[in-house]
Design a protein around this ligand. Structure first.
Ligand SMILES: Cc1cc2nc3c(=O)[nH]c(=O)nc-3n(C[C@H](O)[C@H](O)[C@H](O)COP(=O)(O)OP(=O)(O)OC[C@H]3O[C@@H](n4cnc5c(N)ncnc54)[C@H](O)[C@@H]3O)c2cc1C
Length: 496
């Protein structure tokens, strides 16, 4: 008797709960079910931007993210039994259709991707599958809201986050997450599925460094982290979320959300549950508020497509971004001479994570004071973050660079003031900059030239006031569409 074999193509949805593609496959009458993950592009390809040596065409997947991804896949392979997980290696549009045809798959299901590159891969796979008569059925997933729930067409998404938030809060309700299926149809074959490759590869990856918060990848660990966070720390989130050090000052759910080990609707549902049990407050609301930021950037990417990655951003501003290797390297290595920036960049390099406030500060200094091409910064983050997410990363970078959807004119972060406000005892600075440990906390915010010389800490790579003024002038000129420095230089060169 012919069995209806159906497969789920996984990408950013490494879970069983709230998995619309899986539910659609089951509703389709799957009698034998397998999941398939392609170990190849887009995750494993090289960065879109090839920045200069010593960071040539960086590999996208940070080893700690790679570890997290493998752990998540291994966790899922155990959770889905008696269904099977196949790991294929290669280009998705080459290996997937071949595999699906060999296995006699009737239909392949996946969640619709939103980033251009992933969409291209999905389209290529869809086309290649057609040759075998196998449909690729794409289903919405991975967001708080479905497109039909938006109170406006995506093309008319409000430019400002606040407007988006107000409309969503007023006119849309987050749907309940779909439950995990109690059982799954068994997969009849017992041949090797590629998991041995993952296990062997995991052994070759470096362990998380000592000072890092250790994220165990996978749905099981993600649900546990969510439960732990919602059982206490969330109730003070509003007061703690701008901290730099500690395990619970923010939810640390981002790696789980980025790879879909947790669905945002699941986070929302359990947050509401926690509010019912222990009472809602401004902190619990604020976690929802941050999930709305994530949501907003997703729809913004869907709306803006390629402009999301353009130098001039969503405002098409002509800013003469610098592509200076020396400045870039100093920033990446945490040697800018601004202690809070250097602490954050060294933390990021060592642990693949840094807090939201730290990300804002380093991105602001990069794009405002160094006037560096924001796409270099975003590309570096892409290769450096354990929680890399295309919409959140590029959307936040656009915003910080002043070419996104910030409605408030020219905005910047003063790193010394930020250190004073959020790292009052300079504990974070001293954690990541051992050369400053002997200093008093006030000295550590911004050491004098003599102290720098004594402890071997570099002088600031840019002077604060002039660099900020230059950025401000440049930004306002670009906003008014007047010629910027670069264009003027080009004009003069043309005259020569
Ligand atoms: C320059 C820059 C780059 C960033 N790149 C990424 C990225 O690649 N991936 C990523 O997940 N987040 C990114 N963020 C957003 C934010 O910094 C992280 O989501 C957050 O620090 C993760 O820690 P958490 O899970 O403890 O967050 P919490 O503060 O506990 O927030 C809960 C969740 O809300 C979402 N969230 C919070 N803040 C934001 C925000 N500003 N934008 C979008 N979603 C948000 C995240 O999913 C987060 O897990 C970036 C921010 C900046 C300024």
């Amino acid at each position: 008797m012919l069995v209806r074999k159906v497969a789920i193509w996984l990408l950013h949805d490494l879970r069983l709960h709230d998995h619309p593609a899986l539910q659609a496959a089951l509703a389709d009458g799957a009698e034998a079910l397998s999941f398939v993950y392609v170990w190849g592009p887009p995750h494993l390809s090289w960065g879109t931007f090839s920045y200069p040596a010593p960071y040539p065409a960086s590999r996208r997947l940070h080893p700690l993210r790679e570890r997290f991804l493998i752990e998540s896949l291994l966790d899922l392979s155990a959770r889905i039994r008696p269904a099977a997980l196949y790991i294929l290696q290669g280009e998705p549009h080459e290996v997937l259709p071949r595999w699906a045809a060999e296995k006699g798959i009737s239909a392949l299901y996946a969640h619709t991707e939103i980033a251009p590159e992933e969409k291209r891969y999905q389209a290529a796979v869809q086309k290649a599958l057609q040759a075998h008569g196998i449909p690729l059925k794409l289903v919405e997933g991975n967001a708080l809201y479905e497109e039909a729930q938006l109170p406006f067409p995506v093309e008319s998404l409000p430019f400002l986050f606040t407007r988006f938030r107000q409309l969503m809060e007023r006119h849309a309700t987050v749907k309940s997450p779909l439950p995990s299926p109690a059982t799954l149809p068994p997969w009849p074959e017992t041949e090797p599925t590629g998991l041995d490759f993952l296990k062997a590869h995991l052994q070759t990856l470096p362990p998380p460094p000592e000072r890092a918060f250790v994220w165990q990848g996978g749905e099981t660990a993600g649900l546990k982290r969510l439960q732990d966070y919602l059982s206490g720390p969330v109730f003070t989130y509003k007061q703690t979320r701008n901290n730099f050090l500690g395990e619970n000052f923010s939810s640390r759910l981002s790696p789980y959300l980025a790879l879909g080990c947790l669905s945002p609707r699941q986070v929302y549902a359990l947050l509401r549950e926690a509010e019912k049990q222990h009472g809602a407050n401004e902190s619990t609301y604020w976690l929802f508020f941050e999930l709305l930021w994530r949501e907003y950037f997703r729809w913004l990417l869907k709306k803006e497509k390629g402009r999301f990655f353009a130098a001039g951003g969503l405002r098409d501003m002509h800013i003469p971004w610098q592509q200076d290797e020396k400045l870039f390297t100093a920033w990446v290595e945490g040697r800018t001479g601004y202690p809070i920036v250097d602490a954050a960049m060294r933390e990021l390099k060592s642990t693949a994570w840094t807090s939201n406030r730290a990300r804002q500060i380093v991105a602001s200094v990069f794009t405002k004071n160094l006037l560096m091409d924001w796409r270099w910064g975003a590309s570096y983050f892409e290769t450096a973050l354990i929680d890399y997410d295309t919409a959140s990363n590029w959307g936040n970078w656009l915003y910080q660079a002043g070419v996104g959807t910030d409605g408030r004119g020219f905005r910047w972060f003063d790193p010394v003031r930020q250190a004073r406000l959020y790292d009052a005892e300079a504990t974070y600075i001293k954690t990541w900059l051992p050369e400053l440990r002997s200093l008093s906390h006030t000295e550590a915010y911004f050491p004098t030239p003599q102290v720098r010389q004594r402890v071997g800490y570099p002088a600031p790579i840019v002077e604060w006031q002039p660099s900020l003024q230059r950025a401000k002038d440049t930004w306002y000129r670009a906003l008014r569409g007047e010629p910027t420095g670069n264009q003027l230089l080009r004009l003069r060169a043309d005259e020569d």
